[in-house]
Design a protein. Sequence first.
Length: 95
Amino acid sequence: MGLRKTAVDKTFSVTGKSSGPNITHNIVSGDNFISPAVKTATNVTTVLSGLTLGTHYSDVKRFNATSQTWESYASSQFTQFEPGKGYNIVGLTSA
């Protein structure tokens, strides 16, 4: 008998000064690899303002190529999304 996860999809929009269209990412349970459309470093809480840590996602992670380790937003290892970098938003399932 296996466990079954039920995904709770949540949508957030990133709006800023861009020559292209606004981008929306659908966050589902598990790993969500994204590269936010930010032109300057922007607080994670600003970009994810429609989501709640602990309710919609458990962490945001990024890979540090220099140290070859994953850094965690929930562990206060970073606080901003940076342009051109990729992130993993770990989505949660419904209770």
